[in-house]
Design a protein around this ligand. Structure first.
Ligand code: ATP
Length: 367
C-alpha cells in the first residue's frame, strides 16, 4: 500500500437549517486504504461523503485531498468520484457512452476514450458485447458494475461509495463484495464506502469508522472495533455482545482491580492491554463476545467463571446460540460451534468461563 495521507477532514460541521448533521468530524485516510463508514440511519454518513465530494459545502472545518485544501473547489474539479445507491446511469446512453461520459466531459479524444472504456470493461469483468447495450438490457449487478466502471474511468484518487450494493439481492451482493475487494487490491485507489451491512464493512475495510448523531465514535481496524470498542454503543452496534457490569476499584499503568457479584476471578485484576484508557474507579463494563464464552464441563475451569441458567437455545446453522441469566439477573449470550453437541437444555444450571485475554473493559458512562 503506497504511503501518505490522501484525505484529511478537520473539525467539519454541516447544518441543514437548524439541524446539525455533522458536529465536528475529523479523520484522515491513507492512500490506498479502504475505509467503511457505518452507523445508524441519519447519523451523517452520506452528509460526510457529500462534503468530501464537494456536492455540498461544510459550515465550518477543513477538507484536504492529496494535500490540497478543497474549500471552494467544485465537485467536478476534485480528484474524487462518487457512486450512489440508486445508480445514476443515463438510460438513453449505451454502456460504452455511460462509462466514457466523464472522459467526454473532459474533452478526451474519442479513440482514447474507447481504449480506456475497454480497459474498464475488462477490469469490471463485463463482456465486451455489453458495450452497445443500454442499461435496461443489463441485470442489476451488471448495471452496478457499469456504474463502478464509470466512477473509475477518470482514475479518481478517492472513490466515494454510498451504499452501492444495498439494493442488490443477497447472492449478488456477495459476488459484488468480492469484486470490490479484488478491484481495490488491483487498482490501489482509496475507497470510502458507506454501508449498513456490518459484515460487509468487516470483510472489505482496512478500517471502520463508526458514526452516531453527527460524530465519529471510533475509527479503527475491524478487530479494534469488534474486540476493543470505544464504548457501549460501538460494542452493541457491531454484533451481539455481553457487557458485564463490574466495580472498578483502581486503575493504574498495570491495569485495573475490580469486583463483581457475578464473576468468580481469583485475581480480580485485568492487565492494562485489555482495559480502555477512559476507565476510572467506579462502574465499568467487561465485554466478552458470545463466541469467546465457553460452557464449562464438570471440573473444567477458566480465568473468569460465572454461574447461570440457560433460558433459550437457538440453532443458527453452523453455530448454536444459548441465552442464559446469571444469579444477579444479567442476561448473557453464548455462541458455540453446532458440532459440539453439549447436552444443555433450557432450565439447566451451567458454568460459563472465559479467558482474561478475551475481554475488554471500558467505562460504563457515556453512550
Ligand atoms: P442513511 O444510513 O439512512 O442513509 P445517513 O447516515 O447517510 O443515513 P445523512 O443522509 O447523512 O444520514 O443525513 C443526516 C441527517 O441530516 C438526517 O437526519 C437527514 O434527515 C438530514 N439531512 C440530510 N440531508 C438534508 C437536507 N438536504 N436537508 C435537511 N436535512 C437533511
Amino acid at each position: 500500500m503506497p504511503a501518505g495521507t490522501i484525505l484529511t477532514v478537520q473539525d467539519v460541521t454541516k447544518t441543514y437549517g437548524r439541524y446539525e448533521a455533522l458536529k465536528g468530524v475529523s479523520l484522515s485516510v491513507e492512500k490506498g486504504e479502504f475505509v467503511a463508514l457505518v452507523g445508524p440511519s441519519g447519523c451523517g454518513k452520506t452528509t460526510l461523503l457529500k462534503q468530501i465530494a464537494g456536492f455540498e459545502d461544510p459550515a465550518s472545518g477543513r477538507i484536504t485531498i492529496a494535500g490540497k485544501d478543497m474549500a471552494g473547489v467544485p465537485a467536478a474539479k476534485r480528484p474524487t468520484s462518487m457512486v450512489f445507491q440508486k445508480l445514476a446511469l443515463f438510460p438513453h446512453m449505451t454502456v460504452a457512452e455511460n462509462i466514457g461520459f466523464p472522459l467526454k466531459l473532459r474533452k478526451m479524444a474519442p479513440e482514447k476514450i474507447a481504449s480506456r472504456v475497454g480497459e474498464m470493461i475488462a477490469l469490471m469483468q463485463l463482456k465486451p458485447e455489453y458495450l452497445s447495450r443500454y442499461p435496461r438490457e443489463l441485470s442489476g449487478g451488471e448495471q452496478q458494475r457499469v456504474a463502478l466502471a464509470r466512477s473509475m474511468v477518470s482514475s479518481p484518487e478517492l472513490l466515494l461509495l454510498d451504499e452501492p450494493l444495498s439494493a442488490l439481492d443477497v447472492k449478488l451482493k456477495k459476488v459484488l463484495q468480492a469484486e470490490l475487494k479484488r478491484l481495490h487490491r488491483s487498482v490501489g485507489v482509496t475507497f470510502v464506502h458507506v454501508t449498513h451491512d456490518l459484515e460487509e464493512a468487516m470483510m472489505l475495510a482496512d478500517r471502520i469508522c463508526v458514526m452516531r448523531d453527527g460524530r465519529i465514535l471510533q475509527l479503527g481496524t475491524p478487530a479494534d472495533i469488534y474486540y476493543r470498542p470505544a464504548d457501549r454503543f460501538v460494542a452493541g452496534f457491531i454484533g451481539e455482545t455481553n457487557l458485564l457490569p463490574v466495580t472498578v476499584l483502581s486503575h493504574d499503568a498495570s491495569g485495573i482491580r475490580y469486583r463483581s457479584e457475578d464473576i468468580a476471578d481469583d485475581t480480580g485484576a485485568v492487565a492494562a492491554s485489555f482495559v480502555a484508557d477512559n476507565v476510572v474507579p467506579g462502574e465499568g463494563l467487561m465485554m466478552v463476545r458470545p463466541e469467546l464464552l465457553k460452557l464449562l464441563k464438570a471440573g473444567e475451569t477458566a480465568d473468569c467463571t460465572l454461574e447461570a441458567t440457560i433460558t433459550e437455545v437457538f440453532g443458527k446453522g453452523g453455530t448454536i446460540q444459548y441465552r442464559a441469566r446469571s444469579k444477579q439477573g444479567q442476561d448473557l449470550v453464548i455462541e458455540i460451534p453446532g458440532t459440539s453437541s453439549l447436552p444443555v437444555a433450557i432450565g439447566d444450571q451451567v458454568k460459563l468461563g472465559w479467558a482474561k485475554s478475551d475481554i475488554y473493559v471500558f467505562a460504563s458512562a457515556g453512550a
